[in-house]
Design a protein around this ligand. Structure first.
Ligand code: GLV
Ligand code: MN
Ligand code: MN
Length: 396
């Protein structure tokens, strides 16, 4: 499976993955998923919201046990964030078939569409649509950097966008969703465990800061006459770091666009995207408000107009204790339980269905980078743990 996935959407220079929603690379990932389902005799289904399903058993029966993750990536992402969950799901099913497991409930593997939000700016679009956290109307407003709308992109990729939206009947048939994911931190490396169970996801969001200044000549404009939004942006980045540090949170400006983007012109517009996360809502609110305040103060000094737009937000997710405890029991009772600052479809769906996550050790903790890694032994341990969990949940 890894051999087939390895070249899809991989940039020859950076060696990172660029698998963005509804692009050619995404289509290749989707074709791979379908081929995996077909080769195992599973019932393949593409839902209205562009999520893929591979069913063992009746897709319309109640109490289904679902596993899987996503195949899209951030810009220059690693091989494991997402695909490890999907590959491990197929491998776990193979393991259970080899064991001769007799399921009493349907089991399905999913590939949720557009988890990273790399193209349209909003993460977990497939699961947000299904659970009603993103309306059809709001989804129709999403645009990529080239101005292509989400429905246009879906259409160009051969998917009918007219029926996207809440899918409560489907979610009501699901008894549990368990997503396996590479750990995006070093907790398991430090504790010496191969596999962990998720406890909670920090509240997190994305804010767009538009700094409007005045374009002018870089050589002839006196410093005192400038309205330079890059200065305001730079000060805002430093404020983000300072406020996050003070509060024990995280805050990152990882994406920027500049107009006119010329070496010899003062920018007319700097657009920076803030990603901020904290253990609790109150802390996150404090951090983001403080960053906005610092940006506004500096904007006044620089003669810059500032507009801040919250583009997405996910509240704190506490995974269901009963399912978490049951999984720990199935796995022998001593699996570490970890929180995370990363967002996941399992978090989005946790309001609608019982969800849980398994993490697989990442020796460096690096993620959202080509350097992301996991050892083969640990990946195998993840597959066995997932197989045990699926067997425990779908055979009772
Ligand atoms: C998704 O990986 C996120 O946490 O941004
Ligand atoms: Mn990710
Ligand atoms: Mn992921």
């Amino acid at each position: 499976m890894w051999r087939d996935l390895e070249p899809i959407g991989r940039d020859a220079d950076t060696r990172g993955y660029r698998r963005y929603a509804w692009t050619g690379a995404d289509a290749d990932c989707r074709a791979w998923f379908k081929a995996q389902a077909d080769s195992r005799g599973l019932t393949y289904e593409l839902d209205r919201n562009g999520n893929q399903w591979a069913w063992l058993g009746d897709p319309l029966a109640e109490g289904a046990v679902i596993t899987g993750s996503h195949l899209d990536s951030v810009p220059d992402g690693g091989a494991f964030d997402g695909p490890l969950g999907v590959v491990s799901s197929f491998a776990a099913l193979d393991e259970l078939r080899a064991r001769g497991t007799r399921f009493t409930k349907p089991v399905a593997i999913t590939n949720f569409g557009d988890e990273e939000g790399a193209r349209f700016g909003l993460a977990c679009v497939g699961s947000r649509l299904a659970s009603g956290q993103l309306t059809r109307e709001a989804a129709y407003e999403l645009r990529d950097g080239d101005g292509v709308s989400l429905p246009q992109a879906m259409e160009e990729a051969g998917h009918d966008p007219s029926t996207i939206g809440p899918d409560p009947e489907r979610l009501a048939r699901i008894g549990a969703f368990v997503e396996l994911h590479v750990e995006q931190g070093r907790a398991l490396d430090l504790s010496g465990d191969r596999v962990g169970i998720a406890s909670a996801i920090w509240p997190h969001g994305r804010w767009r800061f538009d700094f409007h200044g005045e374009a002018n000549h870089a050589g002839t404009t006196r410093l005192v006459d400038r309205r330079d939004p890059m200065l305001t942006y730079a000060e805002t980045v430093l404020a983000a770091r300072r406020e996050a540090e003070l509060a024990g949170a995280v805050a990152t400006f990882g994406k920027i666009s500049v107009e006119p983007n010329a070496v010899n012109a003062i920018p007319s517009l700097v657009r920076g995207w803030l990603d901020s996360r904290a253990a609790d809502q109150a802390t996150l609110d404090t951090v983001v408000s403080a960053i906005e305040r610092a940006a506004k103060e500096r904007a006044e000094r620089d003669g810059v107009d500032l507009r801040v737009v919250r583009e997405s937000f996910t509240p704190v997710i506490e995974f269901e204790h009963a399912l978490r405890d049951e999984m720990n029991k199935i796995l022998g009772g001593s699996v570490p339980v970890l929180g995370t600052g990363a967002g996941h479809d399992a978090g989005i769906l946790s309001g609608a269905i019982p969800t849980a996550m398994l993490f697989v050790r990442n020796p460096t903790g690096v993620s959202h980078s080509p350097a992301e890694s996991a050892a083969e032994d640990d990946c195998v341990a993840g597959v066995i743990a997932l197989a045990d969990v699926l067997e425990g949940l779908a055979c009772r």
